[in-house]
Design a protein around this ligand. Structure first.
Ligand code: BG6
Length: 489
């Protein structure tokens, strides 16, 4: 099955923060891949903007180095890299001053889509938005793309929204949550709403519970300063896990249209019940010494703050107060330095109302698993008769679908979330971006949870790096007679 590549319209894309980590790791490699695939038209231009003084040539060298490092050799070739780099330019800019803005204005062409990617800290969003307008660089058809974190609580998110709204309309603002750009995450909507199979069962009558796991093996790396002020709740749950939960739980939108989809997601967020302390487990990883003498840092060492009580792991039991979901808990967990990199959503169905086979030890519930990464795909377990003459004994078999295999690819060609999302910005499609009210509603739910543990001065439970998280997280399900699925690649 060959995927269709539909070229987008000519555009001028300005990337603020163009020398930063995200631009090097994700944005430029993603743009290159779209170019090589033929999705980016000849007339596309990408303009890097950052503080350092540099000419186009100097910046292209940096971009070339980033492509070398972050695009696998099998996915790039010399000729297309040269072609791509010809479309890349650079303007040194003072985000909060006046330097560089006229030069940038002079570079923008008429009759093309203008997009401005704010790959910078939120403290600069306002200054950039203001200058784009006051220098006449933005027009009513321009789009701005803003990265997370979008605020650190409801008040700061409202302030950011208000600042952006002074200069741009909501239809021009693209708030990225890169989880929405993941192939499997979009497939969730296709699976739910393009098949008759699931919808009749998709409710509290037939679904026992849902588990959403985003497990990482990496620690906080070089981002300790940021992370220690955020923790897993702000860094992952308020955005990524919340979005996954919304896509699983939302009502069918009346069509696949940005506001129709986002309206439905918003209703889910608003229906989330407050989470009590007994339904939250926070954790922080410990370090250890390996046999070969090297060591794995603890969280406290990674962030350089021995007194930190910030969480690198969190597990929560979440209830949705609406007709569809009342009585079906959603268990969420995410953490760093866990035993495997594995993100999945598992929908665990209920028992059939009556077993005609009597008590069968080997009976287990139907489970629909949507694997986000690695090995994107879906798996459904069903019970069948154990093959052979041994009588009517049951056994569980998987109906397994790997997207990579199903698409006839080797798996390395599934587009990265960023490349897909940037092309959506150029197309002017906001479906996979968060609307302002959605982000605010997510913070409105998150804030009291955080305030609760802050008021109680709760300390996170320790867990070993390379484990599945703190023991108490297991209890969160055990006490409900349930079990977490194993974290494995
Ligand atoms: C980011 C978080 O938004 O998502 C990081 O800030 C996290 O802490 C990352 O590591 C995970 O993204 P992915 O695509 O690797 O699952």
């Amino acid at each position: 099955m060959v995927s269709r590549v539909i070229p987008v319209d000519p555009f001028d894309l300005v990337i603020f923060g163009a020398t930063g980590d995200l631009a090097r790791r994700k944005i430029f490699p993603g743009l290159y891949r779209r170019f090589r695939d033929g999705q980016m038209p000849e007339e596309a231009r990408i303009i890097g903007a950052a503080r350092s003084e540099m000419d186009d040539f100097g910046f292209r060298k940096q971009v070339a180095a980033a492509l070398d490092e972050f695009v696998p050799a099998s996915r790039r070739d010399e000729a297309s890299v040269v072609d791509f780099l010809e479309r890349v330019g650079y303007v040194a800019i003072d985000a909060t001053g006046t330097g560089g803005w006229d030069a940038l204005a002079a570079r923008m062409r008429k009759e093309t889509v203008h997009a401005f990617y704010f790959s910078v800290g939120p403290s600069l969003f306002g200054a950039l938005a203001e200058r784009l307008q006051s220098h006449g660089i933005a027009d009513p058809n321009s789009r701005i793309v803003v990265e997370k974190p979008f605020g650190r609580d409801l008040a700061s998110a409202q302030e950011l929204n208000a600042t952006l709204a002074e200069h741009f309309e909501e239809r021009q603002i693209y708030r990225i949550d890169h989880y929405l750009g993941k192939e499997t995450v979009q497939n969730l909507m296709a699976v739910r709403f393009a098949n008759i199979l699931f919808e009749p069962l998709w409710n509290a009558r037939h679904i026992d519970h849902v588990q959403i796991t985003v497990a990482e093996t990496v620690g906080v790396g070089g981002r300790g300063g940021y992370y220690d002020k955020s923790g897993a709740m702000r860094d992952m749950v308020q955005n990524h896990l919340m979005q996954l939960l919304c896509l699983i739980a939302m009502e069918p939108p009346y069509r696949f249209d940005p506001d129709a989809v986002r309206d439905e997601k918003l209703k889910v967020i608003r229906a989330l019940e407050p989470v009590g302390s007994e339904d939250i487990v926070r954790g922080q990883y410990l370090g250890h010494r390996r046999k070969d003498g090297t060591s794995v840092n603890s969280y406290l060492e990674d962030v350089g703050n021995p007194a930190s009580i910030c969480e690198s792991f969190i597990a929560l039991k979440v209830n949705i107060a609406n007709w569809r979901w009342k009585g079906t808990p959603f268990y969420l967990r995410t953490g760093k330095k866990l035993r495997a990199r594995a993100s999945e959503i598992a929908v665990i169905f209920k028992e059939p109302p009556h077993s005609i086979f009597g008590e069968d030890e080997s009976w287990s519930p139907n489970v629909l698993t949507i694997r986000l990464q690695p090995n994107e795909g879906m798996n459904m377990t069903v019970m069948i008769k154990e093959p052979g003459p041994g009588g009517m004994r049951l056994t569980e078999v998987p109906l397994d679908m790997s997207f990579a295999e199903a698409l006839g690819e080797d798996g390395t060609d599934i587009p990265d979330a960023y490349e897909r999302l940037i092309m959506d910005v150029i197309r002017g499609n906001q479906t996979l971006f968060m609307r302002g009210d959605e982000v605010e509603a997510a913070w409105a739910w998150t804030d009291p949870i955080i305030a609760g543990w802050e008021a109680r001065e709760d300390k996170p439970r320790k867990y070993d790096a390379g484990s599945s998280g703190p023991e108490d997280a297991l209890m969160l399900l055990h006490r409900d007679g349930r079990r977490w699925r194993e974290i494995r690649e």
